[in-house]
Ligand binder design. Sequence first.
Ligand code: ATP
Length: 775
Amino acid sequence: MTNINKERTIEQQRVDQVTEVIRARIEDFQAQVGGMRDDIVDIRRNFWDDVTLNFEDAAESAESHASMKQQAEVLSERERSHRHIEEQLKTLLKLEHSPYFGRIDLAEEGQEKADPIYLGVGSLLDDSGYEYLIYDWRAPVSSLYYDSGPGPVAYETPSGKIKGEMTLKRQFIIRDGQIRSMFDTGVTIGDELLQEVLGKQSDAQMKSIVATIQREQNQIIRNERARLLIVQGAAGSGKTSAALQRVAYLLYRYRGILQADQIVLFSPNPMFNSYVATVLPELGEQNMQQTTYQQYLEHRLGKTFALEDPFSQMEYTLAETNDPGYEARIDGITYKSGVSFMHLIDSYAAGLSEAGLSFKAITFKGRTLISEEAIKEQFYKLDRTVSIGNRMRLTAEWMLKELTRLSREEREQDWVHEEIELLDQEAYAKAFDELQRKNRFAGNSFDDFDAERDFLAAMVVQAKFKKLRKRVKRLLFLDVPVIYKRLFESDAATYKQALDGSHELPENWADISEQTLAKLNSGEVLYEDATPYLYLKEKLEGFHTNTLVKHLFIDEAQDYSPFQYHYLKRIFPNCKMTVLGDLNQSIFAHAVSGNGFDPLADLFSEEETEKIILARSYRSTRPIVAFTSKMIEGGDLIEPFNRDGEEPTITKVEDETQIASEVYSRVNKLVDTGYSSIAVICKTAAEGKRMHTALLAYLPSVRLIEKETVTFEKGIIVIPSYLAKGVEFDAVIIGNANQEHYGRESERKLFYTACTRAMHELHLLYTDELTTFIR
Ligand SMILES: Nc1ncnc2c1ncn2[C@@H]1O[C@H](COP(=O)(O)OP(=O)(O)OP(=O)(O)O)[C@@H](O)[C@H]1O
């Protein structure tokens, strides 16, 4: 037997032994889980039998209470252990199939012989409980596997640095308990394994990359120092993958301190949420909270305005170029997304601290109870050194007192008499009970007519005033829409005061203002106005901060504006931020542009900010990366992972009507080749719809993805370019890559984003003249 074969036999024997331990443990745990489940059902069923209840006197009642509490504790303890064992069982079931993927042999300083360390998705101790048969990939020592090659090595542990000598680094592919392949490697985790993983077909769900995490990705995953971690990575360089692995790492590293719901991931769209939702469970962890910025805005804005979504904004910027207000809108988007506008709002708010706030009077049945002037007077009477938010709260307290006083006066009003007359029996009885409870009457009936009337009147008024009190508590007396609008009214005194010459406005501010006001007056808020509006609102009301969230992940970070970043930082003051993006995929007009991620640099201090660049692209084959990287500046810096494939094709089609049939014949070929996830990417939603309708005649199973689509499924789909962000397909067909569709400089990155979604094949169809973005 050759040496290699001998080694392989020895390794397979170890796999068999470990698998045996795993199987035995699974059996044991399954029996335990079964037993516990029965116990829990039993305790629940007999809960009341096992507690002694006696409420005759205080002592007995305390004892009953203690007995109940004890029983509840037993139950919750059982439920906790049950959950814990179930989690372990899940990990074991994963390990049974593939116990580990890597091995390093390490001799720590002072140690003569190296010990083998095997790495898997979870850890496993031997039966003695002293020796690790498998180390979790997130354990401190495991970092050596990702970061170093054989030779002198060192790794960090919570208690300090450990040095040693690595004598071997080996990779395995184990499926169903059988070693399919194994090879020894240097620093980088070998191409063989990556080749195998990347050569596979795409899935409806993103996969975890534990076995093949690359060194620079590992730096992202294990970074604990940075307050703000910025990742600039080429298309397909594994930003999203690294982000999710990082969540799993943090949950492991801070087990018991950090919960999954203290981590929030902002995704580009709802469909993306479904795409990445299985990665953490696959790693045996719970999912973090997932949301989109839009969902977050909606939640914050409530029902004040109808909020435009970013995709409608995008559709406008892509399709309405002939609209007379187009230029102004684009300039408005740019300006409102920047920090200069934020500073303008800061100055504006500072001015409002002195004068100029608008309030809404509290009215009731057509009468003014607390006038706007009275609120204003009260507010501006308060000490100006106190923040606006706190003064607002003090004003609300004063108003609540006023309402209490006014409610007493209100009891004399005619409507109150009428309402009392109309009270039904039930309400009457309820009032009587209430009265008795308050112990103001000793008898069984309302014998004191005045007291009765007073009581009922108070009750009737109180019920009506409840709404008013609620409005006051929620600070709805502050007229934020009017205050925000005033920023755009050129003759408003407050506006002039805010500007005082120190803020520069875009040239066509008048047009921008007119557009903004028209929208707001019709009850709508443009996407670019939503964040500034909320920022102003919270500046006036006091920021509603979320201090529970400890980690914020922002994927597709290039699509957020500097203003949005500052806003998020204010809202989540206690968290660390990991922002991952690709400037070459900035598709929104407001995107962090020009100076790269520089606008983020002033979010946190230099010492707190770290930046990592990922230049290697894993998604697409070498020919596709070579093709797409020519479309963008600096594309030559992108390194394709060396994977062969078909060259992209470019095909001219007679006219628009021929495109669908051409797409159909392409799809057929792709299906014959064995690809099952094929996307036809169109520029806009409207085009997507047309393409979908035309294709249905040939391909009844083709699905259309729209901005509302929430699940990502495998198959043949038609999708607008901007919704394809972050996801990938075996093959991509670009609906129409002509100069008309992708001609303006602002469309270059959109086109690049669309083309870089392809893993194995890329086909471009066009009519008339081919886009000049292809060189
Ligand atoms: N270390 C790795 N091992 C195996 N596969 C990897 C690795 N890194 C990335 N990939 C694969 O490369 C593809 C692209 O990864 P991912 O979607 O995370 O990239 P991205 O940088 O977020 O891309 P984009 O910016 O284009 O959306 C995925 O299929 C992912 O599984």
